[in-house]
Design a protein around this ligand. Structure first.
Ligand code: MGD
Ligand code: MGD
Ligand code: MO
Length: 846
């Protein structure tokens, strides 16, 4: 009743207008209540089948972002040529026209000197209009260097499902029908990628399903779970293979999905290998094994011990190579989880049959050796047959959006050749296979770009633009970005706030806020529905802001054309047109609208070939804007079975797909797969490379000098790294278990705190091999002795007056975890390993 009352003033007047919240990667369709041109309230878009009208707390915080008095209000130019943390940039306001002239001059200089590869574009969060800026600008100028934030986000997570079921993507989960949810570092009621849907369904799930949470921290989800498994950070792989061991040894796997021994006798006996009458693919060195078809044993196999594998590939090899010795007792020692709990959870999970979810998050994969943990945790879904099944783990549904026109015709010779140079992020080098999609160097290595810039390898970067990103804050070992940005001759930051990266900029350009002031569209999935949701300009923009992905590049194109290089301008004006009138854009706003209409046409234009094919039939562009969301049909289970995008088409426990990828990378560098494993810090050798296997946690810092394993988590209120200047964030920080309002706490088990004589509220210095930060101590039982944890999000020394303790003097509020996190990588995917406890720390009273 109280909340209904609170809503009344907003209900009384104004209009609900649709947009999209990009505070996290749930990317929820929302509605904004606009009263007299002011955004005053938010709710879920009731037409959206994914979040079905629900939201989490974070869209509300966006109000404080858009009306933040510390926003950048007009373009700013640096006057102090000296760059560095703590150095006053001496920003002075200039016009957009002057700013774009400066940028265009710098780009022309690179082109005239024949070195356009020295330009870089850094991207953080984005809408799907991104390619207009992120791809077209570097490609048409002639640079290979468009570097996204994906590898500081969650690429190691995608690595698991890709090398098990051929899916380089996040999964969707059938929460409505599931009977068991096993979360690996996932905290779905407060984070991950379907937060409002999970919050809304979790109550029912508590009735219908068992929830087990593997997390070194008592997360919000763990606090409500049936089982909490407080794993020692970085030891998830050991736990996952032990669960797989139990499921096989106890005969609990899904026989209709995986198959069985011909005579039905279980030969998965702990400590013993199973005879492999089937030809060992590895021994033959075969590239493909499509000859092995569902339930179709080769004729030479008459032995009763033959395992007739159905929809999976290599279960016997997995057992023989890895699982046979991975008993719960073995895992208990490594993981800190009692053997009987491992057994109970594994068997409970398997008993749910295909209605079971093994939910992998960055927590259990963005670890130095997390590639194989990602595979192991996801492979559990294969053992119980829950991949592509009712109550299990599913994928997105196709949508009718398009892509930007081909840029090649607009690349001159210089651009065509130089845009193929090696990238600054080291992808594809021996130590950074970054095997996105099976290809050596197929994915980004975001955090290595700083090292590349510092080493000027493979080339120097002289001019860079970063938009909607803050790598000076958001990357492990963030001091390397501070150095790299200090040495960068010309840097442009396109941002709402003067954040850490802005402090190194020559130009700070004010960006429209994604939820209220900007046009765009996003694609997402929750609740078995995929969707296309519009970002709309629902209020008049505050200040002199421009839209990062469309208006700014259009202005740049005009400026380059004035200087005799009109390729980008021609690409934008010839390649993009209003699909309804055919009109070419004459300014940035028209360009924005036409591009958006073009790319989303299949959602709303009945003449489009894909109209209505995959879901909603919206009645024209105005209807789409009004409704704000296009919903797909509901996911249909079982269509991908035997047609997975792996080499065998099966769920691969023995990953032929990874084998090919690793061999490809090894050949490129004249080495062996073992050579690749060595260069990427993995300890497994031989055929272990091709199966999900245990790898010990990797940590930096001597155990005696740095006695605690440091790990971290995100906040329910984090809008990625962008919440800290909101007072509502600070005032409600204690929604995260163990945290305190208006503070940044280091959580420590009372046993350890007693040993160190530390009390609640003591200021402590946390030191790793890479840096020192300070925080307030919080005694808390929600983590095991020997570990300490802190939420990510505080520690801003820039951004604004709420985020920083002293914005003018660059004094941080609390500490940024990234200053003490060693810049470690999960190299097979190119990811930054923020999890798994990569840094040991010491804790001292200040
Ligand atoms: P943010 O830190 O959210 O993004 O890291 P980044 O991609 O760097 O910063 C975005 C910046 O864009 C803001 O600082 C501000 O300068 C600007 N900005 C804010 N709002 C807008 C807007 O509406 N438009 C535009 N144009 N600019 C805006 C995110 C990355 O961080 C991700 S995805 C993950 S998953 C990681 N999370 C994480 C963590 O959990 N722990 C640690 N230690 N590090 C992490 N880093 C990663
Ligand atoms: P993380 O926050 O990186 O990923 O998806 P999440 O699933 O939220 O995972 C951290 C969890 O892993 C924490 O609960 C932490 O305690 C645990 N953890 C730490 N170390 C270990 C370990 O060694 N083993 C295990 N098992 N767990 C460990 C990330 C996703 O979330 C992304 S990429 C983005 S960009 C979105 N950001 C975002 C946000 O900023 N705020 C909120 N509220 N939700 C978000 N959702 C999205
Ligand atoms: Mo992310």
């Amino acid at each position: 009743a109280a909340s209904a009352q609170a809503q009344q003033p907003a209900e009384a007047a104004g209009k609900w207008m649709a947009s999209t919240c990009q505070g996290c990667t749930s990317w929820c369709p929302v509605q904004v209540k606009v009263v007299d041109g002011r955004a005053v309230h938010l709710r879920g878009n009731p037409l959206a089948k994914a979040n079905h009208g629900k939201i989490c707390p974070r869209p509300h915080l966006a109000l404080q972002q858009v009306y933040d008095p510390d926003r950048v209000r007009q373009p700013m130019k640096r006057t102090n040529p000296e760059k560095g943390r703590g150095k006053d940039p001496g920003f002075v306001p200039i016009s957009w026209d002057e700013a774009m002239d400066m940028l265009a001059d710098r780009i022309m200089e690179l082109r005239n000197d024949g070195e356009p590869e020295k330009f870089a574009l850094f991207r953080g969060r984005y809408t799907y209009l991104r390619d207009i800026l992120y791809s077209a600008v570097p490609k048409i100028i002639g640079s290979p260097n468009n570097i996204s934030h994906s590898a500081i986000c969650a690429e190691a997570e995608k690595f698991g499902p890709y090398y098990v079921e051929g899916l380089w993507d996040y999964r969707d989960y059938d929460l409505e029908h599931t009977r068991y949810v096993l979360c690996w570092g996932a905290d779905p009621v407060s984070s991950n990628r379907q937060v409002p849907h999970a919050i809304n369904f979790w109550g029912n799930m508590r009735d219908n399903a068992t929830v087990a949470v593997v997390d070194p921290r008592l997360s919000a989800t763990a606090a409500k779970a049936d089982e909490w498994l407080p794993v020692i950070p970085g030891e998830d792989g050991a736990l996952a293979v032990a669960m797989a061991h139990v499921i096989l040894a106890e005969g609990a796997w899904n026989k209709t999905f995986v198959g069985d021994f011909v005579d039905g006798e279980n030969r998965f006996v702990p400590g013993q290998t199973v005879d492999e009458p089937q030809p060992s693919v590895a021994a033959e060195g075969a590239e493909r094994t499509e000859g092995i078809v569902a339930g179709d044993a080769p004729t030479s196999r008459t032995s009763a011990s033959v395992f007739n594998e159905i929809h999976t590939h290599g279960v016997v090899q997995w057992w023989n190579l890895e699982l046979k010795d991975r008993t719960p007792e073995w895992a208990a020692e490594r993981t800190g989880i009692p053997a009987e709990q491992i057994r109970r959870v594994a068997l409970g999970f398997a008993a749910a049959g295909s209605r079971a979810i093994s939910w992998l998050s960055p927590g259990a994969s963005m670890q130095a050796r997390g590639g194989y943990s990602a595979m192991a945790t996801h492979a559990l879904n294969g053992l119980v047959g829950s991949i592509d099944a009712k109550g299990g783990v599913v994928a997105k549904v196709k949508d009718p959006t398009g892509s930007v026109p081909d840029m090649a015709p607009y690349q001159d010779e210089l651009a065509a050749s130089h845009s193929k140079y090696d990238k600054i992020d080291q992808r594809g080098t021996l130590a950074f296979p970054s095997l996105n999609g099976g290809k050596s160097g197929g994915g980004v290595v975001t955090n290595a770009a700083a090292d590349g810039m510092l080493a000027k390898s493979p080339n120097e970067i002289k001019v860079a633009i970063a938009y909607w990103s803050n790598f000076g804050f958001s990357t492990s070992g963030s001091y390397r970005w501070e150095q790299a940005l200090s040495e960068l001759p010309f840097f442009v930051h396109l941002t709402t706030n003067a954040s850490e990266m802005s402090m190194f900029a020559d130009l700070v350009l004010p960006a429209a806020h994604q939820l209220f002031e900007k046009w765009g569209y996003i694609k997402g999935k929750q609740n078995l529905h995929s969707y296309v949701s519009l970002n709309q300009r629902v209020i008049d923009p505050l200040w002199d802001v421009k839209q990062d992905e469309t208006e700014v590049p259009f202005m740049l194109a005009e400026k380059l054309a004035e200087r005799g290089f009109d390729n980008l301008y021609r690409y934008y004006t010839e390649g993009f047109a209003d699909p309804e009138t055919g009109a070419a854009p004459t300014n940035g706003e028209e360009f924005t609208e036409y591009a958006l209409k073009m790319l989303t046409r299949g959602c709303w234009d009945s003449t489009h070939e894909d109209y209505g094919k995959y879901g909603d039939r919206l009645e024209g562009w105005e209807d789409f804007k009004e409704k704000g969301v296009w919903n797909s049909h509901r996911y249909e289970y079982g269509k991908r079975v035997d047609n997975f995008a792996t080499q065998t088409g099966k769920v691969e426990f023995y990953s032929e797909t990874l084998k090919t990828a690793l061999r490809g990378h090894a050949e490129r560098h004249d080495t062996t797969v073992d050579g690749v494993l060595e260069a990427t810090n993995y300890v497994g050798r031989g055929e272990l490379a091709f199966v999900p296997h245990f790898e010990p946690a990797l940590r930096h810092g001597d155990e005696v000098e740095y006695p605690f394993v440091f790990f971290e988590h995100r906040s329910r209120l984090n809008r990625e790294g962008r919440s800290a200047n909101c007072t509502w964030y600070q005032a409600h920080k204690n929604v995260d278990p163990g945290d305190e309002n208006w503070s940044d706490v280091l959580k420590m088990n009372p046993i350890d705190a007693d040993a160190l004589g530390l009390d609640d509220g003591d200021m402590v210095r946390i030191t790793s091999t890479t840096g020192t930060i300070t925080a307030q101590l919080k005694r808390w039982e929600g983590l095991r002795p020997g570990t300490v944890a802190k939420c990510y999000g505080q520690g801003h020394w820039a951004y604004g007056r709420v985020a920083a303790a002293n914005f003018a003097e660059h004094v941080p509020l609390g500490g940024n975890n990234n200053e003490i996190l060693y810049p470690e990588f999960e190299r097979l995917s190119g990811s930054t390993a923020r999890h798994g406890g990569p840094s040991r720390v010491k804790v001292e009273r200040v």
